[in-house]
Design a protein around this ligand. Structure first.
Ligand code: NOJ
Length: 511
């Protein structure tokens, strides 16, 4: 059963979901205590941000042991309990996997620093001599995604000038060398370790990374020697081959590739099951842009027979309720885009807190924690602030201690408990949408070979589509004036209709 083809995944950003032990940081037992909520919301699967041993320079994306749980989250027993309980609630559990890099505190990297130039220990990473007098300049001009050079010089050594190591993210995240077979063997071991524990799959971080065009490797990507090199597809074939030994497990790639043809290569039959589209999240609240993003993704994945998968936000980008505009307009637009996302054929990813309509938090500089911030780029902390559960509890029920990021006062009216009681809340909209998506006959489509979606004519600034083979129509109005509804009975509206018309900043489902 290809359950993942139309599953709704819920991203739990573990530090910010629920803290069970009062240290102010979310954890595995905290998630376990919210499974009832997640079942009520109606999601099919979780995606947990990294739960592995980590010095937390990048909130767990800097890993010292891919097969151990960091004590801040819990332990292996807590993982087993969470998986068992989630399954009992009918929810599958996928976990983040970070194959591009390790922490600089990983035993491999420490061994590399302690070993001579040219040693097997160094070969697991990318060490190179510097350029210029005394090797004082980086080996090349590559930039880190987090800003600054992608190379850092190792601490001074007795035996010579010392080398530079490559890190596409922070200097605390040295990139692994994917031409080294030990690196491959270790990932295979990690996959089996978690699959044997019962995880239902992996979200693969920077799935277009890993292989680089260094040292005269022939170019294979259009314009960026750091990413999307042909060799990375061999890594995905290896991952898939391992997963295929386990029934019903899924590999999902965070594939930051804009070229549709190259994006599609990641979801060929023997590679990833799903690649997360990022174009929808990058689109403005503009019908033309939204439609173009949808078409690009559907054409790409359709060309290789894969399912699409849609994401509006995650822990790296501004939340929809802030991104599309401030205040009530942003909220209205975020609600409208949620209906668009959830009407599209394919899988969907919800980011925890978006179901509550949370805006980004405006944090004072001294409260910010993001590694990116320390490298001079915009901080991602605003979208990572802990989830409010109940207005009357300290820290809104997130923790009994001090939350790791301060929770703004305006989150008080957005608590889950209060929203569950309010039929007009964003949470109630999400619950109803997920229920209809699961149960309404308008969503059930017999398999058909043609395009997954049919576009209807729509007024300027609007779009309307139907899932092929179904009666479900979704219409979105991004124009400044109300427009007539397409034919059909309204099933769900993201905001009130205006005299039977679809107002600006609103979407509707009809059947
Ligand atoms: C992408 C992740 O989503 C992001 O949060 C992280 O900082 C980088 N990869 C590095 O692992």
């Amino acid at each position: 059963m290809q359950w993942w083809r139309d599953a709704v995944f819920y991203q739990v950003y573990v530090p910010s979901f629920t803290d069970s032990d009062g240290d102010g940081i979310g954890d595995l037992q905290g998630i376990r205590g919210r499974l009832g909520y997640l079942e009520l919301l109606g999601v099919d699967a979780l995606w947990l941000s990294p739960i592995y041993a980590s010095p937390m320079v990048d909130n767990g994306y800097d890993i010292t042991d891919h097969r151990a749980v960091d004590p801040v989250w819990g332990d292996l027993d807590a993982v087993d309990e969470l998986i068992a309980d989630a399954h009992a609630h009918g929810i599958r559990v996928t976990v983040d996997l970070v194959p591009n890099h390790t922490s600089d505190q990983h035993s491999w990297f420490r061994a590399a620093l302690a070993s001579p130039t040219g040693s097997p220990e160094r070969d697991r990473y990318h060490f190179r001599p510097g350029q210029g007098v005394g090797g004082a300049e980086p080996p090349n001009s590559w930039r880190s995604v987090f800003g600054g050079s992608a190379w850092t010089r190792e601490p001074a050594r007795d035996e010579g000038p010392g080398e530079w190591f490559l890190h596409l993210f922070s200097p605390a995240q040295p990139d692994l060398n994917w031409t080294n077979l030990e690196v491959w063997a270790d990932l295979d071991k990690t996959l089996r370790f978690w699959l044997d524990r019962g995880v239902d799959g992996f979200r693969i971080d920077a799935a277009h990374g890993m292989c680089k065009q260094l040292d005269g490797t022939p170019p294979s990507s259009d314009d960026d020697p750091r990413f999307d090199q042909d060799a990375v597809h061999d890594v995905h074939r290896m991952i898939r081959a391992t997963l295929d030994h386990y029934p019903e497990r899924v590999a999902i790639g965070a594939v930051g590739v804009r070229n549709a043809t190259r994006f599609a290569r990641y979801v060929r039959q023997d590679e990833l099951h799903l690649a997360v589209d990022t174009q929808l999240a990058a689109s403005r609240f503009d019908a033309e842009e939204v439609r173009a993003a949808i078409e690009d993704c559907l054409n790409a994945v359709g060309s290789v027979g894969a399912a699409a998968s849609w994401l509006l936000s995650d822990h790296d980008v501004s939340r929809p309720a802030s991104r599309y505009g401030a205040g009530p307009v942003g909220t209205a637009r975020a609600r409208a885009m949620a209906l668009v996302q959830l009407a599209l054929p394919g899988a969907a990813y919800l980011y925890n807190g978006d179901e509550l309509g949370l805006p980004d938090a405006d944090l004072p500089d001294e409260a910010r924690r993001d590694a990116v911030w320390h490298h001079g780029e915009d901080s991602r902390d605003g979208c990572r602030v802990p989830q409010p559960w109940e207005a009357d509890l300290p820290a809104y029920g997130f923790t009994t201690g001090e939350p790791w990021l301060p929770i703004p006062d305006d989150y008080a009216v957005l608590g889950a408990a209060e929203q569950l009681e309010d039929t007009g809340s964003t949470l109630s909209l999400y619950r109803r949408a997920l229920e209809l998506r699961r149960e309404h006959p308008g969503f059930q489509a017999p398999p058909s070979p043609g395009p997954a979606l049919e576009w209807f004519g729509a007024p300027p600034g609007c779009l309307a589509f139907r899932r092929t083979g179904t009666t479900l129509v979704c219409a979105l109005n991004t124009s400044p004036a109300p427009v007539p509804l397409p034919p059909g009975d309204p099933l769900l509206v993201s905001g009130p209709l205006d005299d039977g018309m679809l107002p600006p900043d609103t979407a509707v489902w009809l059947a």
